[in-house]
Design a protein around this ligand. Structure first.
Ligand SMILES: Cc1ncc(COP(=O)(O)O)c(C=O)c1O
Length: 256
Protein backbone atom coordinates (compact mmCIF):
# COMPACT_ATOMS: atom_id res chain seq x y z
CA UNK A 1 0.00 0.00 0.00
CA UNK A 2 1.35 3.42 -0.98
CA UNK A 3 0.45 6.26 1.34
CA UNK A 4 1.49 9.89 1.12
CA UNK A 5 3.39 11.53 3.97
CA UNK A 6 1.05 12.59 6.75
CA UNK A 7 2.18 16.20 6.81
CA UNK A 8 0.75 17.31 10.12
CA UNK A 9 2.10 14.28 11.97
CA UNK A 10 5.54 14.84 10.43
CA UNK A 11 5.35 18.43 11.60
CA UNK A 12 4.28 17.44 15.11
CA UNK A 13 6.96 14.78 15.29
CA UNK A 14 9.52 17.48 14.63
CA UNK A 15 8.15 20.28 16.79
CA UNK A 16 5.50 19.18 19.32
CA UNK A 17 7.93 18.31 22.09
CA UNK A 18 10.68 20.72 21.03
CA UNK A 19 8.91 24.01 21.80
CA UNK A 20 7.70 25.54 25.10
CA UNK A 21 4.14 26.26 23.89
CA UNK A 22 2.03 24.37 21.35
CA UNK A 23 -0.65 26.61 19.86
CA UNK A 24 -1.89 24.25 17.18
CA UNK A 25 -2.82 21.09 19.11
CA UNK A 26 -6.12 19.35 18.41
CA UNK A 27 -6.48 18.41 22.08
CA UNK A 28 -6.67 20.51 25.23
CA UNK A 29 -4.66 20.11 28.43
CA UNK A 30 -5.20 16.50 29.51
CA UNK A 31 -6.76 15.25 32.72
CA UNK A 32 -4.55 13.67 35.33
CA UNK A 33 -5.54 10.08 36.05
CA UNK A 34 -6.86 11.23 39.43
CA UNK A 35 -9.13 13.81 37.70
CA UNK A 36 -10.58 11.06 35.57
CA UNK A 37 -11.12 8.67 38.46
CA UNK A 38 -12.86 11.40 40.43
CA UNK A 39 -15.56 11.31 37.73
CA UNK A 40 -16.19 7.57 38.09
CA UNK A 41 -19.37 6.25 39.66
CA UNK A 42 -19.15 3.29 42.07
CA UNK A 43 -19.50 0.76 39.28
CA UNK A 44 -16.82 2.47 37.19
CA UNK A 45 -14.50 2.70 40.16
CA UNK A 46 -14.93 -1.01 40.92
CA UNK A 47 -14.10 -1.84 37.30
CA UNK A 48 -11.04 0.37 37.44
CA UNK A 49 -9.78 -1.24 40.65
CA UNK A 50 -10.12 -4.68 39.03
CA UNK A 51 -8.47 -3.54 35.79
CA UNK A 52 -5.85 -5.79 34.29
CA UNK A 53 -3.97 -4.51 31.28
CA UNK A 54 -4.54 -7.51 29.07
CA UNK A 55 -6.23 -8.02 25.73
CA UNK A 56 -9.94 -7.69 25.37
CA UNK A 57 -12.40 -8.69 22.62
CA UNK A 58 -11.24 -7.30 19.25
CA UNK A 59 -14.31 -5.07 18.62
CA UNK A 60 -13.81 -3.59 22.12
CA UNK A 61 -14.84 -4.38 25.67
CA UNK A 62 -18.60 -5.09 25.76
CA UNK A 63 -19.18 -2.61 28.59
CA UNK A 64 -17.37 0.14 26.75
CA UNK A 65 -19.28 -0.62 23.57
CA UNK A 66 -22.55 -0.44 25.51
CA UNK A 67 -21.56 2.92 27.05
CA UNK A 68 -20.70 4.34 23.63
CA UNK A 69 -23.93 3.01 22.16
CA UNK A 70 -25.75 4.90 24.94
CA UNK A 71 -24.37 8.19 23.61
CA UNK A 72 -26.30 7.67 20.40
CA UNK A 73 -30.03 7.38 20.04
CA UNK A 74 -30.36 4.29 17.94
CA UNK A 75 -27.18 2.32 18.19
CA UNK A 76 -26.88 -1.15 19.67
CA UNK A 77 -23.66 -2.16 21.41
CA UNK A 78 -22.89 -4.76 18.75
CA UNK A 79 -22.80 -2.00 16.11
CA UNK A 80 -19.96 -0.28 17.94
CA UNK A 81 -16.31 -0.97 17.21
CA UNK A 82 -13.63 0.43 19.46
CA UNK A 83 -10.46 1.52 17.77
CA UNK A 84 -7.94 4.25 17.41
CA UNK A 85 -9.65 7.01 15.36
CA UNK A 86 -7.10 7.27 12.60
CA UNK A 87 -7.12 3.47 12.38
CA UNK A 88 -10.89 3.68 12.01
CA UNK A 89 -10.45 5.89 8.97
CA UNK A 90 -8.10 3.34 7.43
CA UNK A 91 -10.44 0.48 8.28
CA UNK A 92 -13.23 2.24 6.44
CA UNK A 93 -11.09 2.90 3.38
CA UNK A 94 -9.79 -0.64 3.18
CA UNK A 95 -12.99 -2.44 4.09
CA UNK A 96 -15.37 -0.46 1.89
CA UNK A 97 -13.44 1.01 -1.03
CA UNK A 98 -12.18 -0.73 -4.15
CA UNK A 99 -9.70 0.60 -6.72
CA UNK A 100 -11.55 2.94 -9.10
CA UNK A 101 -14.26 3.88 -6.62
CA UNK A 102 -14.99 7.57 -6.30
CA UNK A 103 -15.05 9.32 -2.94
CA UNK A 104 -16.12 12.87 -2.10
CA UNK A 105 -14.44 14.49 0.90
CA UNK A 106 -15.19 17.96 2.25
CA UNK A 107 -12.25 20.33 1.98
CA UNK A 108 -10.26 21.45 3.94
CA UNK A 109 -10.00 18.17 5.79
CA UNK A 110 -7.93 16.14 8.20
CA UNK A 111 -5.45 14.55 5.82
CA UNK A 112 -6.23 10.91 6.63
CA UNK A 113 -9.86 11.40 5.55
CA UNK A 114 -8.80 11.66 1.92
CA UNK A 115 -5.37 10.06 1.95
CA UNK A 116 -6.70 6.75 3.29
CA UNK A 117 -9.14 6.64 0.36
CA UNK A 118 -6.30 7.35 -2.07
CA UNK A 119 -4.25 4.58 -0.46
CA UNK A 120 -7.12 2.22 -1.32
CA UNK A 121 -6.73 3.45 -4.93
CA UNK A 122 -10.00 5.35 -4.88
CA UNK A 123 -10.35 8.58 -6.81
CA UNK A 124 -10.98 11.51 -4.47
CA UNK A 125 -12.89 14.71 -5.16
CA UNK A 126 -12.23 17.41 -2.58
CA UNK A 127 -15.41 19.44 -2.12
CA UNK A 128 -14.48 22.98 -1.07
CA UNK A 129 -16.26 24.60 1.87
CA UNK A 130 -16.36 28.38 1.93
CA UNK A 131 -16.20 31.01 4.68
CA UNK A 132 -18.81 32.98 2.67
CA UNK A 133 -21.56 30.65 3.83
CA UNK A 134 -20.16 29.85 7.28
CA UNK A 135 -18.26 26.77 6.02
CA UNK A 136 -21.53 24.98 5.35
CA UNK A 137 -21.45 22.29 2.74
CA UNK A 138 -23.30 23.24 -0.46
CA UNK A 139 -25.81 20.55 -1.36
CA UNK A 140 -25.81 21.74 -4.99
CA UNK A 141 -22.03 21.32 -5.15
CA UNK A 142 -22.29 17.89 -3.54
CA UNK A 143 -24.96 16.81 -6.02
CA UNK A 144 -22.83 18.08 -8.91
CA UNK A 145 -19.79 16.15 -7.63
CA UNK A 146 -21.62 12.80 -7.51
CA UNK A 147 -20.70 10.23 -10.14
CA UNK A 148 -22.19 6.85 -10.95
CA UNK A 149 -19.22 5.23 -9.17
CA UNK A 150 -19.35 7.43 -6.05
CA UNK A 151 -18.92 4.96 -3.25
CA UNK A 152 -18.59 7.27 -0.27
CA UNK A 153 -19.17 10.82 0.95
CA UNK A 154 -16.99 11.94 3.84
CA UNK A 155 -18.07 14.80 6.08
CA UNK A 156 -16.74 16.11 9.37
CA UNK A 157 -18.73 18.05 11.97
CA UNK A 158 -17.70 19.80 14.16
CA UNK A 159 -15.21 20.49 11.43
CA UNK A 160 -11.44 20.41 11.69
CA UNK A 161 -10.02 23.00 11.01
CA UNK A 162 -12.84 25.59 10.95
CA UNK A 163 -14.92 24.42 13.91
CA UNK A 164 -18.08 24.78 11.80
CA UNK A 165 -21.07 22.68 12.82
CA UNK A 166 -23.16 21.32 9.99
CA UNK A 167 -26.76 22.46 10.26
CA UNK A 168 -29.50 19.88 10.61
CA UNK A 169 -31.15 20.58 7.25
CA UNK A 170 -27.83 20.23 5.42
CA UNK A 171 -27.00 17.05 7.30
CA UNK A 172 -30.39 15.56 6.42
CA UNK A 173 -29.88 16.55 2.77
CA UNK A 174 -26.43 14.90 2.73
CA UNK A 175 -27.90 11.69 4.16
CA UNK A 176 -30.64 11.86 1.51
CA UNK A 177 -28.15 12.30 -1.33
CA UNK A 178 -25.95 9.47 -0.04
CA UNK A 179 -29.01 7.23 0.12
CA UNK A 180 -30.12 8.18 -3.41
CA UNK A 181 -26.62 7.57 -4.75
CA UNK A 182 -26.26 4.28 -2.88
CA UNK A 183 -23.06 5.71 -1.38
CA UNK A 184 -21.66 5.28 2.09
CA UNK A 185 -21.77 8.26 4.38
CA UNK A 186 -18.73 8.54 6.61
CA UNK A 187 -19.52 11.07 9.31
CA UNK A 188 -16.42 12.05 11.28
CA UNK A 189 -17.91 13.18 14.61
CA UNK A 190 -14.58 13.30 16.47
CA UNK A 191 -15.29 16.66 18.05
CA UNK A 192 -18.91 16.10 18.96
CA UNK A 193 -19.81 17.62 22.36
CA UNK A 194 -17.23 20.37 21.95
CA UNK A 195 -19.77 22.65 20.25
CA UNK A 196 -20.26 26.02 21.89
CA UNK A 197 -23.53 26.77 20.09
CA UNK A 198 -25.79 24.54 18.06
CA UNK A 199 -25.20 20.81 18.68
CA UNK A 200 -23.78 18.86 15.78
CA UNK A 201 -26.33 16.40 14.35
CA UNK A 202 -25.51 12.76 14.97
CA UNK A 203 -25.63 10.06 12.32
CA UNK A 204 -28.63 7.78 12.82
CA UNK A 205 -28.66 4.29 11.31
CA UNK A 206 -32.38 4.26 10.51
CA UNK A 207 -31.80 7.10 8.03
CA UNK A 208 -29.34 5.22 5.85
CA UNK A 209 -28.04 1.68 6.00
CA UNK A 210 -24.60 2.60 4.61
CA UNK A 211 -23.54 4.73 7.49
CA UNK A 212 -20.22 4.88 9.25
CA UNK A 213 -19.74 7.35 12.06
CA UNK A 214 -16.64 7.99 14.06
CA UNK A 215 -17.00 9.33 17.54
CA UNK A 216 -14.20 10.06 19.96
CA UNK A 217 -15.17 8.99 23.45
CA UNK A 218 -12.55 10.85 25.43
CA UNK A 219 -14.28 13.05 27.96
CA UNK A 220 -14.60 16.51 26.38
CA UNK A 221 -11.29 15.77 24.68
CA UNK A 222 -9.30 16.01 27.91
CA UNK A 223 -8.00 12.47 27.44
CA UNK A 224 -6.18 12.58 24.12
CA UNK A 225 -4.05 9.64 25.14
CA UNK A 226 -7.19 7.60 25.71
CA UNK A 227 -8.29 8.02 22.13
CA UNK A 228 -7.63 4.35 21.76
CA UNK A 229 -10.90 3.98 23.60
CA UNK A 230 -12.74 5.65 20.78
CA UNK A 231 -16.05 4.49 19.53
CA UNK A 232 -17.35 3.67 16.22
CA UNK A 233 -20.31 2.00 14.83
CA UNK A 234 -20.94 0.03 11.84
CA UNK A 235 -21.22 -3.20 10.06
CA UNK A 236 -19.52 -6.52 9.53
CA UNK A 237 -16.92 -5.87 6.89
CA UNK A 238 -15.22 -3.23 9.01
CA UNK A 239 -15.21 -5.53 12.02
CA UNK A 240 -13.57 -8.21 9.97
CA UNK A 241 -10.98 -5.78 8.64
CA UNK A 242 -10.23 -4.77 12.20
CA UNK A 243 -9.53 -8.37 13.14
CA UNK A 244 -7.21 -8.64 10.16
CA UNK A 245 -5.39 -5.45 11.13
CA UNK A 246 -4.11 -7.17 14.27
CA UNK A 247 -5.03 -4.21 16.39
CA UNK A 248 -6.37 -4.37 19.89
CA UNK A 249 -8.53 -1.78 21.58
CA UNK A 250 -6.81 0.32 24.19
CA UNK A 251 -5.99 -1.22 27.55
CA UNK A 252 -7.76 1.60 29.25
CA UNK A 253 -11.04 0.01 28.29
CA UNK A 254 -10.33 -3.51 29.32
CA UNK A 255 -11.42 -3.58 32.96
CA UNK A 256 -14.31 -5.58 34.37
C1 LIG B 1 -11.24 15.37 12.14
C2 LIG B 1 -10.31 14.36 12.72
N1 LIG B 1 -10.58 13.04 12.50
C3 LIG B 1 -9.78 12.08 13.00
C4 LIG B 1 -8.65 12.39 13.74
C5 LIG B 1 -7.76 11.26 14.24
O1 LIG B 1 -7.62 11.27 15.62
P1 LIG B 1 -6.39 10.53 16.33
O2 LIG B 1 -5.17 11.36 16.05
O3 LIG B 1 -6.75 10.58 17.78
O4 LIG B 1 -6.28 9.15 15.79
C6 LIG B 1 -8.33 13.73 13.99
C7 LIG B 1 -7.14 14.09 14.79
O5 LIG B 1 -6.81 15.22 15.03
C8 LIG B 1 -9.18 14.74 13.46
O6 LIG B 1 -8.93 16.05 13.66
Amino acid sequence: MQIADFKIERYFAQWEFAVPYVLGASDVEGYRLSDLLALADDDGRRLWDALTLGYTESPGHPKLRAEIAGLYEQIAADQVIVSNPVEAIFLFAHAILQPGDHVIVVWPAYQALYEAARSAKAEVTLLPLSADNGWQLSIDDLRAALRPNTRAIVINSPHNPTGAVIDRATFAAVVGLAREAGAWLFSDEMYRFLETGQASPEAKPHTHDRLYAMYCADHKKKLPDARRADGFYLRGSVQRRKQESFSSPGGIATGG
